[in-house]
Design a protein around this ligand. Structure first.
Ligand SMILES: [Zn+2]
Length: 363
C-alpha cells in the first residue's frame, strides 16, 4: 500500500493543522508514494524501533512523538536523532508523527486515557479558541441542496458530534452582467433579480480551503458571492485535555489504586482534597498548562505528567494532581493508533513495537 493512503486516513482523524506551533507532526521521512507492507507503531522513534522495522520488513513507522522537533544541520551520526534519520533513509523506511494534533481531538490520546480509566462521556477540557469560521454563501434556490452536499462533504457543517448543520434564509439577489461576462442567468447590461438563499455553515479552520474549493465547483454562477466570518465560538470537539465523570464515585484511596494499576506506574501526587473522586481531568504527557482549566471545571483530580516540584504547590488545596509519568500516561496511544488503522484497513499488517522506548527507569 502507498503510505499516502494511510496518512490520508490519519489526517482525517487528527488534522495536522490542529498541532501546536512548536510541534513537528506529519511525514518526517519519505514521500506519500512510498510503498509499505505494513506499519509499525511506537510512542518514540528510536534507533531500536528503526531496527525493529528493518527486521520485520516494515517500511512505515508511525509514532506519537516526532523524532525531529527542530532543524538538523549535520548528518554524521553524532546524535541519536541523526542516526535514526540516516538509518531510516538508508533503508527506505518512512517516519510519520501524529502528536499534538492527536492530543487536540476529542477522540484522541486523552479519550483513550479516559476509556482505560472507565470514564465515559468525556469532553474536551479546554476547547480550542479561534478554530472555527462561519461560511456564508448565496445561491439560487435550485442549487441549495447541491451546495449543502458539497460543503458537508468538504468538512463544513460539523458542530461537536452533529454533522450536516446549516442555516438557510430566503432573499432576492440582484446583479447586472457587464461586457465580457458569461452569466448563467440574465443578459449583458440588464439588472437581474433572482430568488436566492443565503446558506450558513460552521467550518473548522483546517477545512476552510477545502470548503471554499468545493463550494466554487458546486456554485452555478460564474462569480460566487460568499463571506468568511470570524466568530468567537470555541470548537468543543477540538482542544486540549479531557474531562469526565466516573460512573460511580470512588474513595480516594481506591481511585489511587485504580490509577496505579491502569497505568502500571509509580504515582507522585498532592494531598487529597476530597474523600470521594467523581470528576476526573486528564492530559496525556506534559499537562501542567491545563491545571487552571481542570480547577475551573471543578475536577477532583488531574492526571497528567512532567510535574516539577514547585508546580505541585499550584494544586493549592483545590484539586489533587496525579503525575503518572509521561510515557505511562501516553502508553495506550500505541493501541489507539493501531486500532484506528486496523479498522480502516482490515487486511493490512499493523504491528505495535516490542521496544520499550521509555527513557526513564524506576528503582
Ligand atoms: Zn508525549
Amino acid at each position: 500500500m502507498r503510505i499516502g493512503e494511510i496518512i490520508h486516513a490519519l489526517e482525517e482523524w487528527a488534522p495536522p493543522e490542529l498541532q501546536e506551533t512548536y510541534d513537528n507532526s506529519g511525514l518526517i521521512v519519505g514521500t506519500p508514494d512510498w510503498e509499505t507492507s505494513g506499519v509499525l507503531i511506537a510512542l518514540d522513534c528510536l534507533e531500536s524501533v528503526v531496527n525493529e522495522a528493518i527486521e520485520k520488513k516494515i517500511q512505515f513507522i508511525i509514532t506519537h512523538h516526532p523524532i525531529v522537533f527542530s532543524g538538523l544541520k549535520r548528518f554524521n551520526g553524532r546524535t541519536y536523532i541523526e542516526r535514526v534519520i540516516m538509518k531510516a533513509i538508508k533503508h527506505n523506511i518512512a517516519i510519520y508523527a501524529i502528536h499534538t494534533n492527536l492530543d487536540n481531538v476529542l477522540w484522541g490520546v486523552n479519550a483513550k486515557m479516559m476509556s482505560m480509566l472507565g470514564v465515559s462521556n468525556h469532553k474536551v477540557l479546554r476547547p480550542m479558541a479561534d478554530a472555527l469560521h462561519k461560511f456564508q454563501v448565496y445561491v439560487p434556490v435550485a442549487a441549495r441542496d447541491v451546495m449543502a452536499e458539497a460543503v458537508f462533504k468538504a468538512g463544513g457543517g460539523k458542530v461537536s458530534a452533529y454533522e450536516e448543520c446549516s442555516f438557510t434564509t430566503r432573499g432576492k439577489g440582484t446583479f447586472k452582467p457587464t461586457e465580457g461576462t458569461n452569466p448563467v442567468v440574465g443578459a449583458i447590461g440588464l439588472r437581474e433579480e433572482v430568488n436566492e438563499v443565503k446558506m450558513e455553515f460552521m467550518v473548522p479552520n483546517f477545512a476552510k480551503s477545502a470548503v471554499e474549493y468545493a463550494a466554487r465547483i458546486a456554485h452555478p454562477y460564474e462569480e460566487m458571492a460568499y463571506e468568511w466570518i470570524n466568530i468567537a465560538n470555541k470548537a468543543t470537539d477540538y482542544g486540549a485535555g479531557a474531562l469526565g465523570e466516573l460512573k460511580e464515585e470512588m474513595a480516594f484511596e481506591s481511585f489511587l489504586k485504580h490509577v496505579k494499576s491502569t497505568f502500571d506506574t509509580t504515582i507522585r501526587y498532592t494531598k487529597p482534597v476530597t474523600n470521594n473522586v467523581r470528576t476526573v481531568a486528564v492530559c496525556g504527557g506534559s499537562g501542567s498548562f491545563l491545571l487552571g482549566a481542570a480547577k475551573a471545571a471543578k475536577a477532583d483530580v488531574f492526571i497528567t505528567a512532567d510535574y516539577k516540584y514547585h508546580q505541585f504547590f499550584d494544586a493549592d488545596d483545590a484539586i489533587t494532581i496525579l503525575d503518572v509519568g509521561h510515557f505511562e500516561s501516553e502508553q495506550f496511544t500505541i493501541g489507539l493508533i493501531a486500532e484506528f488503522i486496523e479498522k480502516k484497513f482490515p487486511k493490512f499488517a499493523v504491528l505495535t513495537t516490542e521496544v520499550n522506548t521509555n527513557p526513564i527507569q524506576y528503582y
